[in-house]
Design a protein around this ligand. Structure first.
Ligand code: ADP
Length: 181
């Protein structure tokens, strides 16, 4: 069995280029498209993804903060897109931390249910939603490693950091993790 830290990787770049079973999108609750990573995924993946999102909206009226839904990845190399809605940072006293952790857990649960062995995450909520990056990195790494330690079905999680600051912060957290595992 592989060690926990060897199952978590980090890369800097564009998540739409990743060839994992699932890539996670930092969506908004309407599921009908936005900027940032969401815009990049819909642009690169083509209209099939938005069509699938619209069907989900018809059935359940969007996606709540902390929850996740799954669609086709359209033209992207991955099999699925898992859309999760991160919390908007409102000062930290509105359950933002718990909701961000839920995004990672619910996304990984959906990945397991859909037989995914590899999942790529962007740095959820650290763009326009304004979550402080240091805290977000700690929550991301702790939540993912906690999940993987209890679940062997997912072989690999890749943190795809678009900007250098998030890359450095996630890397720091992974170094902390490797000291204690
Ligand atoms: P949120 O609304 O959850 O803050 P954003 O899309 O604004 O979502 O930002 C989330 C993170 O995704 C940010 O760290 C941003 O730098 C990053 N990001 C933007 N485009 C891409 C991309 N193509 N691949 C990976 N990460 C991206």
């Amino acid at each position: 069995m592989k060690t926990l830290t060897s199952r978590i990787e980090i890369v800097q770049g564009d998540i739409t280029k990743l060839n994992t079973d699932a890539i996670v999108n930092a969506a908004n609750s309407s599921l009908l498209g936005g900027g940032g990573v969401d815009g990049a995924i819909h642009r690169a993946g083509g209209p099939e993804i938005l069509e699938a999102c619209k069907k989900i909206v018809e059935i359940q009226g969007g996606c709540q903060t902390g929850e996740a839904v799954i669609t086709t990845a359209g033209k992207l190399p991955s099999r699925f897109i898992i859309h999760t809605v991160g919390p908007v940072w409102r000062g930290g006293k509105n359950d933002e931390q718990e909701k961000l952790a839920s995004c990672y857990i619910n996304s990984l649960q959906l990945a397991v249910i859909n037989d995914c062995q590899s999942v790529a995450f962007p740095n959820i909520s650290t763009g326009v939603y304004g979550f402080p990056k240091v805290q977000a990195a700690r929550i991301a790494v702790n939540t993912v490693s906690g999940f993987l330690s209890k679940n062997n079905r997912i072989e690999k999680v890749i943190f795809v950091c678009f900007d250098e600051e998030n890359y450095r912060l996630i890397k720091e957290q992974l170094n902390v993790l490797s000291m204690y595992s």
